[in-house]
Design a protein around this ligand. Structure first.
Ligand code: AMP
Length: 421
């Protein structure tokens, strides 16, 4: 199958070509015809499957075919600004040769951004990509008119509910036209997502692309260690392999900050990413990381769903993520679309049970690697054993954003201005 089979607008096909997509991914093959037919949809799909383009491509085609002047036609609600930025970047590339206008609206911008957003919301824009909180701020001011909305997308709905956005989402949806077409994407399908789906979708088609399993191209390994051995192991791993692009995930920002300090002190070119940073600082770090001038990024899960960088060689889980979905999202940062990649998890004694559960969820036993001798002996891997709290190392060693034809090509704006024809 190729993209010509969907009956897409010519300009859209050009955007697909210039984005380098040759054939649709499985989720795109299944989801695109349903959206083009006007069906509501509930889809579970993991990141890295091409799910963003699966809704953006038909949406762009429908926005071109059913153009409304001076109204907001489409709304994509996402949990984080990182994801909003990422979707806006995809949108910029895919819609580049069309006259579809869009704007992304998320927190952390300055007064100018707010004024620009307000202008776009009052004058109408084909598509808005937003986080719930910031959209509510505009809705509360009374100038946002969503009654002509035709297309609504909730992306990473499970994550939005986890973050406590249910009321905000429902408030936004209540302001829209009931005649809209609604699409709900979620990595997991707990009961509360099904309940949300019953409230906002009409006779939806249901697509399950995959169990939450990591892409097969990711080589997964784990080291079973005592907590104090982790830092030495990170140093060892980063020294041993010549990686160009590594993300080290830590569950807590304190750990991110400490590890970044330690790595910098040891001479590694590393920087940190977490919610305590200002938006400008985050963008600066991400720009350096994408440009490969920063090889090592230490981050909380803020990055696990929201970034799209090709060619990340290695993902290290400094600690075991809280659940299987977080694990899949973290390691899904490597081996994007076509590349292969590697994911290494450090499992401390107290995290073994959690990792055992993750292995059950992904139905895959991750290869356990021997720890370097210099770090001393590690614990045995026995995830189902009952443990007492506070186990210690047993070796004596110290564990140590319209189309302007003059534009050169799709750009990657911070907060794209609405495009005009
Ligand atoms: P996603 O699952 O939406 O996060 O997409 C993962 C990656 O796949 C992104 O880098 C997309 O640009 C890329 N991608 C999406 N669709 C295709 C396709 N049909 N062919 C090649 N790459 C794609």
């Amino acid at each position: 199958m190729d993209f010509n089979a969907f009956g897409f607008d010519e300009g859209l096909l050009e955007g697909i070509l210039s984005s380098g997509y040759k054939t649709p991914t499985p989720i795109q093959e299944q989801v695109i015809p349903l959206i083009m037919q006007g069906k509501d949809l509930i889809a579970s799909a993991q990141t890295g499957t091409g799910k963003t383009a699966a809704f953006l491509l038909p949406l762009i085609h429908l926005l071109i075919s059913n153009k409304q002047d001076k109204h907001i036609s489409g709304l994509i609600i996402v949990p984080t600004r990182e994801l909003a930025i990422q979707i806006a970047q995809h949108m910029e590339g895919l819609s580049y040769f069309t006259d579809v206008s869009f704007i992304s609206i998320y927190g952390g911008g300055d007064g100018n951004a707010f004024v620009e957003e307000k202008r776009a919301l009052i004058n109408g824009v084909d598509l808005i990509i937003c986080t719930p909180g910031k959209m509510i701020s505009h809705l509360n001011m009374g100038y946002v008119k969503l009654q002509h909305l035709k297309y609504l997308v909730l992306d990473e709905a499970d994550r939005m509910l986890d973050m406590g956005f249910y009321d905000d989402i429902m408030k936004i949806i209540t302001a829209t036209s009931p005649a809209r077409q609604s699409l709900l994407f979620s990595a997991t399908m707990p009961d509360r997502i099904r309940m949300l789906a019953r409230k906002i979708l009409r006779e939806p088609a249901e697509i399950n692309i995959a169990l939450s399993k990591p892409a097969e191209k990711i080589t997964q390994q784990a080291y079973v260690v005592y907590e104090p051995q982790k830092q030495g192991l990170i140093f060892h791993l980063l020294k041993q392999f010549q990686f160009r692009s590594v993300i080290v995930f830590c569950s807590r920002k304190q750990v991110v900050k400490q590890l970044t300090r330690d790595l910098k002190k040891a001479g590694f070119k590393a920087d940190e990413m977490h919610s305590d940073l200002e938006q400008a600082q985050r963008e600066d770090v991400m720009t350096q990381f994408k440009a490969r001038t920063l090889p090592v990024l230490i981050a909380t899960d803020i990055v696990s769903r929201g970034i799209d960088i090709e060619d990340i060689d290695l993902v290290i889980n400094y600690d075991v993520p809280h659940d299987g979905e977080d694990y899949v999202h973290r390691i899904g940062r490597t081996a994007r679309a076509s590349a292969s990649g590697m994911a290494i998890t450090l499992i401390s004694d107290s995290e073994q049970g959690r990792f055992g559960k993750i292995e059950s969820l992904i139905q895959y036993e991750v290869q356990k690697m021997p720890i370097p001798e210099s770090l001393g002996a590690g614990p045995e891997y026995a995830p189902h054993r009952k443990r007492s709290s506070g186990s210690k190392p047993h070796s004596g060693k110290k564990p140590p954003f319209k189309r302007n034809p003059n534009k050169k090509g799709p750009s990657h704006p911070k907060n794209p201005a609405p495009k005009s024809s």
